[in-house]
Design a protein around this ligand. Sequence first.
Ligand code: ASP
Length: 357
Amino acid sequence: MKPHILIIYTGGTIGMIEDTESKVLKPFDFTHLMENVPKVKMLDYVIDNIQFAEPIDSSDMDIPHWQAIARHIVDNYENYDGFVVLHGTDTMAYTASALSFMLENLRKPVIITGSQLPIGEVRTDGEENLITALQIAAATDHAGRPVVQEVAILFENYLWRGNRSTKLSADNFNAFKSNNYPALAKIGLDIYYDFDALARPKSEPPLNPRYDMDPNVASIDLFPGPTETALRHQLSIPGVKGIVLRTYGAGNAPTAKWFHDAIREAIERGVIILNVTQCSNGAVLQRYEGGEKLSSLGVISGRDITYEAAITKLMFLLGMGLSPHAIRKYLNTALCGEVTVTPPSLRRSPHSRHYYE
Ligand code: ASP
């Protein structure tokens, strides 16, 4: 049996062409993209495709687009062995995180990729990324099970867990990284999978899609010298139910009383606040007075979650219409490998490959 793969083309640089007048890159259609990758025919796969009616630059990505991608996967889940989503790099990590939450109990590969240079350019990285993504989406183990059973980002030399990924470079072909989780695979002469890092679900419950996402989230970035007026404004944006508070280092924040009062009052009004570090690597550990105080006020530790996963997890949990108590519980739980919940004292050295088990 040939592997059956469904490509979902949303847009992004990979399929863009230069506008002859303005010289800016604009999304183009899927036929153009595939014409530029004749090598795909060398893969002995059955490949079908679906494309957005209007391919987009991923800076226009939003919740209805995520719902459309998720629906395409769900509607075609039984007919394909794997899915490849072609997407712009700018918001790829948000889409990967959102899909990982929406596609509960996913047991097939959803591989998201794109490129830094359009597929029609001589030095494009798009051809290699597309072909490798297709190979990963088709890969099975000795028992015929999909090697990848989660949402992942393939870019240049690495396969990353989608909800652990961040766009790192606007220039480098290795544009993505998981700062707090090992690569799921390294791409060299062969594709070398790390079976300790890949998600391996223990039971086989059926795919359980959840499409509702609540957009009423916001984020606050700390910097030295904030004013009380600005902070209070940000904490009381009309309609906002969940806030990602981007703190210093290991989750640290100012110790001033007015700061704590403003945070406490927001929590008393029912706003969920999730503490996520501004550092690209490491976790919120509440090692210092400022961070410890936040936790005593009811701010939830985001541990080592990425900003992208924090925002989309809040959207997801709020979208389920859960009580604040239940939302707090799930923010303290790894839903699909997005956060390390093992107490720091039980973790192995960060230099060990198994640190994030
Ligand atoms: N602006 C593009 C996008 O995100 C960038 C890219 O695809 O690399 O759609």
